[in-house]
Design a protein around this ligand. Sequence first.
Ligand code: ADP
Ligand code: MG
Length: 700
Amino acid sequence: MKHNLQIPIDYLKGVGPNRANLLRKELGVHSYQDLINLFPNRYIDRTQYYKINKLQQNNADVQIIGKITSFKEVAQKRGKRLVATYQDDTGTMELVWFRGQKWIRENLKLNKPYVAFGKTNWFNGKFSMPHPELELLEEHEKNLRSAMQPVYPSTEKLTNSGISNKTISKIIQQLFIETKGDFNETLSENLKKELHLISKSEALFNVHFPKSQELLSKAQFRLKFEELFYIQLQLIIKNQLHKSKIKGFPFTEIGNYFNTFYKSHLPFELTNAQKRVLKEIRADLGSHAQMNRLLQGDVGSGKTIVALMAMLMALDNGFQACLMAPTEILSVQHYNGLVEMCNKLNISIKILTGSSKTSERKEIHESLENGELQILIGTHALLEDKVKFKNLGLAIIDEQHRFGVAQRSKLWHKNTSPPHVLVMTATPIPRTLAMSVYGDLDISIIDELPAGRKPIKTVHRYDKNRLNVFRFIREEIALGRQVYVVYPLIQESEKMDYKDLMDGYESISRDFPMPDYQISIVHGQMKPADKEYEMQRFAKGETQIMVATTVIEVGVNVPNASVMIIESAERFGLSQLHQLRGRVGRGAEQSYCILMTGHKLSNDSKTRLETMVKTTDGFEIAEVDLKLRGPGDLMGTQQSGVLNLKIADIVKDKDLLQHARYHAKKILKEDPKLSNLDNQVILNTYKALSKFKNIWNYIS
Ligand code: ADP
Ligand code: MG
């Protein structure tokens, strides 16, 4: 009989009610199971010792052999601290205690060799180690089981309450004693054989008490694989459930609208990627399941026409379709573009935004409800309760990262039965991350730009080179091109940023005076109608320079614009820089992106700028972004399991993630109900996991 691991940690010897409470609150450790799964963040080589004269100001944990030569008490604001002078053959430092001073004085021996372990600070011209772990050298050598001592996650409260790393290690040791280290296997024999994985019990032992570096690596590999495997398994099963449970409207027909458009009105030849994605969408729409698909495609890859053709499929089957975009500008642009492309098809298309007039609204509401209106484009305004469709068959969401999950599901519920949903994004989420975040969505990728596009040339220039940059702008304008100059606008410092923008606008106006030059300006404090007017002037080529904030970031399309100047580029995130750059390079001309910065740059800023200069590949950029910021900041990852990984790392272990997904898929394909004898263990583990963790709250 294996030990029951669901029992509360209070029952473990050495864990009283106090410690149990702390472990629960600070580390989320409730049960034996949780404690075993409290994996070390890293390991320290306890056979390595530091000399005091070799200490550096930013040492992490170090251990130092030395002797305490004296104690003294130092008064401070509240109470006093105990300071010991600690000495080795190279120098002296201080050990410091703010609490538990009586015990320390009574129990620590002067002039005996100790091993002090902890973080060092540089304070008052000396190194000091607050609340070190101290062990007599003799004892330390006796206890040295392995060179790799685990370092567990901790919090200030834990350390302050005397639960040190050593304590946690001891508690876990006790758990292994009580359970005899014998744990249920959680992966099938086949998987273990195929991937050369060590057993669960062996892995758990070695991750907490590594016998060797080799066994530690094997233990980590096995546990990481397992973690990723079960996340993927759950996502895939969820996706399958979704498909079998939620019926979609089958669009059986490819009818007149689609065919006429395809045969006679396509403005250009579709790229192979566009064709492939359309086939994927077509297959979804033709099936009886509800489509729930994410379309990823870099800026300028041509997602809009794919959206249109998907909408035509809905119309051919007698359904309505809608397209929601995050900004007014973008909605208007979609609307104009679609109206133009459909003008020979006799389709009724309308646009609804925050600035639609009451009379227009009324008309739209009515024609939506009686089914006359076939396609509705718009902003968040589409989500208002008053907006009711007669039969919405397909909802498309552009630049979906701008919308919250709740907003999307609102659209979803606009029908008695959910419409097919296509979300489009130009924020290239690395494939690996997409797999774990959106593992329950189907993913289509347009990974090819329309033919004839020249890669944008990107350079980084310092503010002092501004005159050269202006000269370059002048040359480009003389060639008939247009130029964007973009300023950051970050909410907290809006006033200051606004001033930067206006100063910039004035300086550009001076260097590019009328009537030779016409300049547009667009920012968030303008009325939508004024913004629209200026955008249109620029789009029509009436102005040559567009000075703007990031309101133009998303989706705006002016193919004749060939230069993008980004001011204070160091203040933008990578994905934003990439989005902005995507505003140029849309026509046949060579395009340029100039990143302007001040002289002082942080390391992260430098990496961002270098990345932009080096590559135009959105996926590569997203990978770097992920490394710089971690998955926490990436869109939509907040609710997903990726943040709660216990041992695997979504960035470092992306290859393993792919393996895990591959095997999860393969097993489900061969044995969809996990009913084979060999897969019993997987089924049981899966059931247990779904019971204890609600990992179903993914995107719907
Ligand atoms: P995004 O994916 O960023 O939304 P768009 O759909 O706005 O890209 O397309 C960008 C530009 O490329 C538009 O001007 C569009 O007309 C054009 N375009 C799209 N597909 C093709 C194609 N296959 N061949 C040529 N031009 C295309
Ligand atoms: Mg777009």
